[in-house]
Design a protein around this ligand. Structure first.
Ligand code: ZN
Length: 229
């Protein structure tokens, strides 16, 4: 009965594509086939140490590989996807895109990791949103590779102010010492993947990386869903 009701509602108000707003077919979820096909992929993973994502960390973090799935342009389908993920209570879209990216990266070094660490939100913000969008992306990747997501490894200690209106130096100052690792021993000699939603200046990821790279034998890789141009 519930399914019949659901089908009836879908007939009256078919779910629409987040990317283009067109009604979705029954076999489509969140994005229509056309929007999936048109996603602006960066292909960063083909050159893990020399790409537009990795260059944010050149001279700042040593021996890390980094990649982003999609280019983030204002008024684009990627902006709409991120809006839905962050502000419109759609954690599933993060999981779905994480899975897709995981499939793309299946045979790369990014998939040969011991644990995934999502960039944490401050607990106040997480309570308000109900979930951490980076954890959703991490869960999708973890599903594709069958590796654990370690949620409580990295703790956000500072409730930082918004980064949007700050320049690069102010962003670094704002984020400094914002993260801590209560039990670093469990990460010794592990290959750890840090996951975030958008890479803008790299200040947040760098602040997370600082305590991680102090851990003995830890190898760090970085992935984000989107890359701001
Ligand atoms: Zn579409």
């Amino acid at each position: 009965m519930r399914q019949v009701f659901h089908d009836f509602i879908s007939l009256l108000f078919p779910p629409t594509c987040i990317g283009c707003g067109m009604p979705l077919y029954a076999n489509e979820e969140y994005l229509c086939t056309f929007c999936w096909y048109k996603l602006p992929v960066t292909n960063c993973h083909l050159h893990p140490e020399q790409n537009e994502a990795a260059k944010h960390f050149w001279g700042r973090l040593q021996d890390v590989q980094a990649a982003s799935y999609l280019y983030f342009n204002p008024k684009s389908s990627v902006e709409r996807i991120l809006y839905e993920l962050k502000y419109n209570n759609k954690p599933e879209i993060g999981i779905l895109l994480g899975k897709k990216y995981g499939e793309i990266l299946q045979n790369t070094d990014f998939a040969r990791i011991d644990a995934i660490l999502p960039v944490p939100l401050h607990s106040k913000k997480k309570r308000k949103r109900g979930y951490n969008q980076s954890s959703c992306i991490a869960q999708g990747l973890a599903h594709a590779w069958n590796v654990p997501v370690m949620e409580d490894c990295l703790i956000r200690t500072k409730h930082t102010t918004s980064q949007t209106r700050k320049n690069r130096i102010e962003r670094y100052e704002n984020m400094k010492e914002a993260f801590t690792i209560p039990y670093p021993l469990q990460l010794e000699h592990k290959h750890v993947l840090l996951v975030d939603d958008v890479l803008t200046t790299g200040a947040t990821i760098e602040a997370c990386a600082a305590p991680l790279l102090k851990i003995e034998g830890l190898r760090l890789s970085i992935l984000t869903l989107a890359l701001a141009k």
